[in-house]
Design a binder for this molecule. Structure first.
Ligand SMILES: Nc1ncnc2c1ncn2[C@@H]1O[C@H](COP(=O)(O)OP(=O)(O)OP(=O)(O)O)[C@@H](O)[C@H]1O
Ligand SMILES: [Mg+2]
Length: 370
């Protein structure tokens, strides 16, 4: 449910490595619509190393993003950066919440690199399993250092916002695909959020999270390689990624041999693919490794569908490339994956196709929707 008495959801706030995204839902006539959304990119050169300056830049960008949209209220739902959260799947004996809390405290103490008393712990029940014929509960344990959470809350406070919840990223991703036909059919589905320098890959099955991994590959990884190999600047590299993208196969025959510009345009996608091959292979290798782990360790589950989100998913032809390499169905995320029997719809301003850049912010805003 949305906050008591309100037709508005909390604002989904996605603080990324290169941009801040916000999205808010409104309930009208029993349907959910997008009330407002906004995104602000930081210049890569603006991101300072010093913690205090970085905090200031984030506060400034969050404030600016809030002002760019037409948001109601100050409540936000956000998530901690994945590197600050330890996720671990454990099995517990008991159904009793008190016993579960005890078990996760014990488990956390044994594996966290910091003391459990300095951590904020939370858990999520993700199903059941049989061990030696005995039914056990599977629980996803999430832990973060208390001082990291305090720093994060300070940023929100600085931006004059109120935090209604801190989520974990894979749960936001589950919500944006949970109503898709594949999930309803009980197929295992993977979501890959391609960000700036990192991607987050998760596998979902029967309405729950199976596993989630970080991959050191992002859209900026490709930008940096293009800059280096073609000795060009960042904006040209960005243009190549979104306009030409990557296409496998032979370059098309050229009719305009003496028109150098046209020659490059025709050849560019296969040329860029050649340049980016090593980077892309890292992504493919890591996804394959994760899928193999699912097959070997998790009841032989193999995702049949992969959905791409995040700004990096918009590298032209990335989904086709992954489809060929991984031999599974790959789709760029769109709003229809999140629609539940027409309960949500886009607003009258005509945001029919919500960019995959906003997928995470939507997943956060959907947390309060029942
Ligand atoms: N049309 C496009 N084609 C290719 N790449 C794009 C396009 N639009 C944005 N990007 C790239 O997407 C990245 C930003 O995506 P996104 O906003 O999802 O990342 P982020 O959330 O800031 O990062 P992270 O998730 O790693 O914290 C940038 O590196 C940008 O270059
Ligand atoms: Mg992101």
């Amino acid at each position: 449910m949305f906050p008591k008495g309100s037709a508005y959801s909390s604002i989904g706030l996605d603080i990324g490595k290169s941009s801040v995204k916000m999205l808010q839902l409104v309930k009208a006539n029993g349907k959910f619509k997008i009330l407002s959304l906004a995104c602000n990119v930081f210049e890569a050169t603006d991101v300072p190393d010093k913690d205090a300056a970085k905090k200031e830049l984030l506060i400034k960008t969050i404030k600016k993003t809030y002002q760019t949209g037409f948001f109601k209220g100050k409540k936000v739902i956000t998530f901690l950066p994945s590197q600050e959260v330890d996720l671990r799947q454990i099995t517990v004996q008991s159904e009793d919440p008190k016993e579960i809390v005890k078990a996760i405290g014990f488990e956390a103490d044994s594996y966290l690199p910091y003391k459990a008393k300095d951590a904020v712990l939370d858990y999520l029940e993700i199903g059941e399993t049989l061990i030696n014929g005995e039914k056990k509960k599977k629980v996803l344990l999430a832990a973060a250092q208390r001082n990291k959470i305090d720093d994060f809350l300070d940023i929100l406070k600085g931006a004059d916002l109120k935090c209604s919840a801190i989520d974990i990223l894979p749960m936001a991703h589950l919500r944006i695909i949970n109503q898709s036909d594949d999930m309803k059919k009980g197929t295992a589905v993977s979501v890959i959020d391609v960000g700036h320098e990192e991607s987050r890959a998760s596998v979902f099955y029967q309405g729950t999270l199976l596993l989630s991994r970080g991959i050191r590959f992002g859209s900026n990884t490709l930008t940096k390689t293009i800059i280096k190999e073609l000795e060009t600047d960042a904006s040209t590299a960005e243009k190549y990624k979104s306009e030409y993208g990557i296409i496998e196969g032979e370059a098309t025959p050229i009719d305009f041999q003496n028109d150098e510009k046209q020659y490059f345009k025709e050849k560019a996608p296969s040329l860029i693919l050649e340049i980016l091959k090593d980077d892309l292979e890292v992504l493919v290798f890591e996804i394959e490794k994760m899928f193999n782990y699912c097959s070997a360790e998790l009841r032989g589950i193999k995702p049949k569908k992969m959905i791409l989100t995040g700004g990096g998913a918009m590298v032209k032809n990335l989904s086709d490339y992954l489809k060929r390499k991984l031999e599974i169905d790959v789709e760029l995320w769109n709003l229809s994956h999140a629609l539940s029997n027409g309960k949500e719809e886009t607003n009258s301003d005509g945001i029919e196709s919500l960019s995959p850049i906003f997928a995470t912010a939507l997943g956060l805003a959907l947390r309060e929707q029942r």
